[in-house]
Design a binder for this molecule. Structure first.
Ligand code: EPZ
Length: 417
């Protein structure tokens, strides 16, 4: 089990490149199952979740080849198996995203129910209800979703909860359905928009993406295309918070400056100076951060995937910050680990009250989920002495070359095998 050993106390300075967005790449890789032609993707991040998805697509029968520039060609002319087995799905819940594409193209699919995970029960009932509304016959047997449909029919679907992968699964299923599908209360995340852009380049007919009502007119088939994955806004936000916490001065390139408005506003509220130009974001912080209050909610509001990172910043900020998590029922796993570093946090229901302290003390802590792990790295950057973070496979799922990028900015991060 790898660990990260981090020496605190360095201010981050310099420039790093932001990678492609994990949460856009995952559904877009699954979109390759919708066409018999080749889908070419660029700017895929090198992450464990991406390799897990490629393994799953290979298992299903998708032909995959990498080009010398790091691009990838996917061809699903002939699929061998219309299934996503438990041993692959249990390592990555987003595997559920093969359900819509396989079902709408082949009329049947057998996909393992994803288990829960550290941050919550993570049901997929809205994915299933939506497919049933489109005429699918769905049985749940022995932990598997068994879905059948001669041809999915367009339907008007009002999503009870805003669900990112639920919106993505149903949007992909609707591209080859008979007739028009309307998704109401749809997710508006930039990753959903990027998926839709890719589907449209494959010949899908989609209107309204980026709003809460998406209209998809089914077509007979989709063709090949080329698509470049959009930059990762959560990776971007994570490095910006790290620079703010360490009173640093950084530039992020190949980033996106129009998908993080609320996060940038909160960083400015904390005292950071931020300048955006093209695909570059510069942040400079000369003072100890001011504590900020935040409440997570679906895009374009404050993203739940940035909650743990801002909690780390509040831990060493001046003043008291209130953080309310409204998306997941158990996304405060990082709190007890931060308390081991000397943080003063009280939890009342889905709200955490953080009283900033001058200094955290290094200690050994344990990563529990992807963004919680990232927040422990941030806390370690400002803690006194050395912090060792265990179970960092969580981090490798979502952050490409995390120690290289932090060390390029002057941090002292060492991977211990
Ligand atoms: C996506 O997860 C992201 N993952 C998550 O990022 C992100 O935290 C989350 O959206 C919220 O923004 C990917 O895109 C691969 P949801 P997803 O369905 O789609 C409830 C990361 O760190 N719900 O939008 O699984 C659910 O329980 C990961 O990169 C149902 O009740 O999240 C939750 O409370 C973590 N029934 C809420 O909706 C359903 O059928 C939002 O979940 C589906 C969801």
């Amino acid at each position: 089990m790898d660990k990260l050993a981090i020496q605190g106390g360095q201010s981050l300075r310099g420039e790093i490149r932001i990678s492609g967005a994990k949460n856009a790449a995952l559904p877009i890789l699954c979109a390759a199952l919708l066409s018999a032609d080749t889908l070419h993707l660029d700017n895929l991040p090198k992450l464990r979740d991406i390799s897990t998805t490629l393994t799953l697509l290979g298992h299903i029968g998708c032909q995959i080849s990498l080009d010398e520039r790091g691009g990838i060609d996917l061809c699903s002319a002939q699929l061998a198996r219309l299934e996503a087995p438990y041993h692959l799905v249990k390592t990555m819940r987003a595997s559920i995203l093969v359900l819509g594409p396989i079902l709408t193209r082949y009329g049947e699919a057998r996909v393992s129910l994803p288990g829960g995970c550290a941050i919550g029960s993570r049901p997929v009932d809205l994915h299933i209800k939506g497919l049933q509304a489109m005429g699918a016959d769905i049985q749940i047997e022995h932990g598997y979703i068994l879905a059948r449909a001669n041809r999915l029919q367009g339907a008007r679907i009002v999503m009870e909860n805003v669900t990112v992968t639920g919106t993505e699964n149903l949007m992909m299923a609707a591209t080859l359905a008979q007739g028009v599908t309307v998704l109401e209360n749809a997710a508006r995340e930039p990753e959903v928009v990027d998926l839709a852009r890719c589907l449209v380049s494959m010949g899908a007919r989609i209107q309204g993406v980026g709003t809460d009502t998406i209209v998809i007119e089914g077509v007979e088939r989709l063709h090949g295309a080329q698509h470049t994955i959009l930059p990762d806004r959560i990776e971007t936000g994570t490095y910006l918070v790290a620079a703010a916490m360490t009173q640093g001065d950084i530039v992020l390139t190949h980033s996106s400056t129009d998908t993080l408005d609320v996060v940038l506003d909160k960083l400015r509220e904390a005292g950071a100076q931020i300048h955006c130009a093209g695909d570059r974001i510069a942040l400079r912080m000369d003072v100890r951060p001011q504590a900020v209050n935040l409440r997570t909610a679906p895009y374009p509001a404050f993203p739940t995937d940035m909650q743990a990172q801002f909690m780390a910043m509040n831990c060493i900020a001046s003043g008291v910050g209130r953080i309310t998590e409204t998306i997941f029922e158990n996304r405060f796993m990082h709190v007890q680990e931060m308390q081991r570093l000397g943080a003063r946090i009280e939890i009342e229901g889905n709200t955490a009250l953080v009283r900033g302290v001058e200094r955290l003390q290094g200690a050994t802590v344990m990563a529990t989920d992807l963004r919680a792990s990232a927040s422990l790295v941030l806390a370690a950057l400002v803690a006194e002495g050395e912090t060792v973070i265990e179970r960092i496979y969580h981090i490798d799922r979502g952050y490409e070359c995390i120690e290289e990028k932090f060390n390029q900015l002057g941090a002292k991060v060492r991977r211990v095998h």
